[in-house]
Design a protein around this ligand. Structure first.
Ligand code: ATP
Length: 456
């Protein structure tokens, strides 16, 4: 099976590999888990950090027109009134009176039509069978706000209410003027941020696809209103290239425009980047034209003038915003699914994670041919010499074939093998994960040889 022929059981295989090899664990597992929150293990933290680094490099480092920000999670509560989240960030929750299971209305059979009917005030759920127990006893939809509420300070009264941010974008909007003035930016320019967001999802699931605590990588690009459609198309192309550069095949991605009734309250245009997960096409990223909605609302609610002063024309106006919003957790999951491959080989089946070399948790594994007291010192010496240059690992237990397979399974692009000849000729073997080709190189030339292969 190649990664393109992704069968439904790839989701289970990836989840099991992720647990077994230390990519992702259920949070608080010894207490039975903590409801759709996940912990990234030694390999997962490397992979997700590499995803975030690749995004930052493409979106900030390589761009003259984008700068970074790291805003606080806890913000003034008025922010979420201004943004519309207190009023609009809701799911419609339906409970079955018979089995007590809860569903989002849009997830029920015919969910889109039910949503439309709810908006028109004509939703009739008495004819809809519960997807779990089959009875027709679904209750009326209830509005359920997805924001987690907490309290700042020692008194739990309304004056001290705070929300855990459900998106990172608002930290960017409220800092628009700070960033623009301190970095002396002229339109168009963007502000990028990576950080945690929280949503009390009614039906989390599909492993790390939808969890209650997750991260977002968002970029808000401030432009003249008339230029927003052009920048929207440009950013879409930039984002398409990013996925291609990370090795996600075209066939596993699609760009789907939202219908008018599907768009968030702030968006004039929205296109989802969707990935073909083993359980169907699902959103990885949203590209939105948010117009001047957010800055305008923050002007109203804060009383501060957030208009941009355009020197050449002497005009003051509220910029439009084109945003790209993607989750590193979902991206990590998509990359694992796209990379997972099983190939027949002489020992049975070889499982390979064909992760892009920039994303692989370890770039190089150092493996002595066998656990032998003559080989260990040289193998340790080689490992020590590589460590400052690459994320590396060292493994000397079990047969060499088994150890290659272990590295293939976690996506390590290159293995370096130290054998008995190495003791004489100071040469080692580099073995490639994908082609399994082996070449012998002098230890003195190992770092540049690995760098060349890793494109580093
Ligand atoms: P969905 O429709 O799947 O709930 P959304 O349209 O609400 O997603 P946005 O608000 O546009 O999502 O957030 C941008 C990105 O943040 C999403 O494309 C996704 O990658 C990520 N994201 C949103 N909610 C979650 C979640 N509960 N768990 C993991 N990632 C998430």
């Amino acid at each position: 099976m190649t990664s393109l022929e992704m069968s439904a059981d790839v989701a289970d295989k990836v989840a099991s590999l992720a647990k077994r090899r230390g990519f992702v664990f259920p949070s608080s597992e010894i207490y039975g888990g903590a409801g759709a929150t996940w912990d990234y293990g030694p390999l997962g933290v490397e992979l997700k950090n590499n995803v975030k680094r690749a995004w930052w490099r493409a979106m900030v480092q390589l761009r003259e027109d984008v700068v970074g920000l790291d805003a606080a999670i806890l913000m003034h509560p008025r922010v979420w009134e201004a943004s519309g989240h207190v009023e609009n960030f809701i799911d419609l929750l339906v409970e079955c009176a018979s089995c007590k299971k809860r569903f989002r209305i849009d997830e029920l059979p015919g969910g889109d039509a039910l949503m439309d009917a709810w908006r028109d005030g004509t939703a009739d759920l008495t004819t809809v069978a519960c997807p779990s127990c089959g009875t027709k006893k679904l209750g009326a939809p209830r509005r359920f706000n997805l924001m987690f509420k907490t309290f700042v300070g020692p008194v739990e009264d309304t004056a001290s209410v705070a929300w855990l941010r459900p998106e990172t974008a608002q930290g960017i909007f409220v800092n628009f003027e700070n960033v623009q003035q301190s970095s002396r930016r002229k339109l168009p320019f963007g502000i990028a941020q990576v950080g945690k967001s929280f949503r009390n999802e009614i039906t989390p699931g599909n492993f790390i696809f939808r969890s209650r605590e997750f991260e977002q990588m968002e970029m808000q690009y401030f432009t003249r209103p008339a230029d927003a459609p052009r920048h929207f198309d440009e950013w879409l192309a930039v984002r398409r290239r990013w996925y291609a550069d990370l090795g996600i095949p075209d066939e596993l991605l699609r760009f789907r425009e939202h219908a008018e009734n599907e768009r968030a309250h702030y968006a004039a245009k929205a296109i989802d980047v969707e990935f073909r997960f083993p359980f169907g096409w699902k959103e990885l990223e949203g590209v939105h034209n948010r117009t001047d909605f957010d800055l305008k609302r923050h002007m109203e609610f804060s009383g501060k003038d957030l208009r941009y002063f355009d020197e050449p024309s002497g005009e003051k106006f509220i910029p439009y915003v084109v945003e790209t919003a993607v989750g590193p957790d979902r991206t990590t999951y998509a990359l694992l699914c796209a990379a997972y491959a099983e190939e027949p080989d002489k020992e049975g089946i070889r499982v390979v994670l064909r992760l892009h070399r920039d994303l692989a948790p370890y770039k190089v594994a150092v493996l002595p041919l066998s656990k032998n007291e003559r080989l260990t010192p040289l193998a340790r010496e080689v490992h020590g010499a590589l460590r400052p240059h690459f994320m590396t690992t060292y493994d000397e237990t079990q047969a060499i074939g088994r150890r290659y397979r272990r590295q293939d399974e976690i996506g390590t692009p290159l293995c370096v093998t130290v054998d008995f000849d190495s003791l004489e000729d100071r040469q080692v073997t580099i073995r490639d994960r994908d082609s399994m080709a082996q070449v012998r190189v002098p230890i003195a030339e190992l770092v540049p040889a690995l760098k060349e292969r890793l494109g580093a």
